[in-house]
Design a protein around this ligand. Structure first.
Ligand code: C5J
Length: 250
């Protein structure tokens, strides 16, 4: 058990039981953060890079409304929210050649796409969709890889805030969400994934991506729904201002 988990599990103020598979998730308030993965315009919006590649963005857009509801409830509860974006420096010095040429497409990362340079920080398509836009007090992790821990300061932020559990949402289920949950699990974090808040362009990957997380007694996490998490949050007594001052979201 890492130091922050040890400290946090001694100090949690309230235990929230959330209905989940393979068994209930015991949420230790306030040591739990909502981690929203890559809800970026290029992945989700019609006319973006994802659609340009022939993907059906409606599969991802289904997750927007449940994420709006969850984010609003999470903010009301005063619990920490962290967002991620997949992308690269404008000079592409953090883009491995293997990633640049993967897929053998005519247009790849760093080239001009329908919403600016593809997956480049500062470009319109790289930004988070307006419906889930981060508040200035919510950390945004810019990640060059699929996992949110690789080459980022996410681990430091979580440790400094005494966070040992994550509710992970976003896109895509089988790529960045799965990679992040696996990375988190290996670092000792407990992860809950609300199924309707994560999305894949491919229904079969959505299904199997979730199955893999909860298989074998929850081999690297728990799977639930946004309504189960909302139900849990609703049982918190008001006022629920749990988070440290510098992560407040009002
Ligand atoms: C992908 C992601 N699929 N956010 N990124 O390249 O899952």
């Amino acid at each position: 058990m890492n130091k922050s988990i040890e400290r946090e599990s001694r100090e949690f103020q309230r235990l929230l039981t959330i209905d989940a598979e393979p068994y209930a998730f015991e949420c230790r308030i306030p040591g739990v953060a909502l981690l929203i993965i890559d809800m970026q315009r290029d992945f989700l919006e019609p006319g973006g890079f994802g659609e340009m590649l022939g993907n059906d963005v409606s599969q991802l857009r289904k997750t927007i409304e449940p994420n709006i509801q969850l984010l609003a409830a999470w903010r009301r509860a005063g619990l920490p929210v962290i967002h991620t974006r997949e992308g690269h420096r404008p000079d592409l010095t953090d883009l491995p050649t293997a990633k640049k040429i993967r897929g053998r497409g005519k247009t790849t990362i760093g080239d001009i796409g329908p919403m600016g340079r593809i997956l480049v920080r500062g470009e319109a398509g790289h930004d988070i969709i307006p419906e889930l836009y981060p508040r200035p007090t919510e950390p945004v992790i810019d990640k060059p890889g699929k996992g949110a821990f690789f080459a980022t300061d996410l681990q430091a932020i979580l440790q400094n805030r005494g966070i040992s559990q994550l509710v992970v949402t976003g896109v895509t289920t089988e790529v960045c969400v799965n990679t992040t949950v696996r990375e988190a699990n290996d670092r000792g974090y407990e992860c809950l994934v609300p199924a309707d808040c994560v999305g894949s362009y491919f229904p079969e990957f959505q299904h199997m991506g979730l199955e893999m997380i909860k298989a074998q007694g929850g081999i690297f996490g728990w799977v639930s729904t946004s309504s189960a998490v909302l139900e849990g949050l609703a049982s918190l007594p008001p006022p629920n201002r749990h988070e440290p001052k510098d992560m407040r979201t009002e």
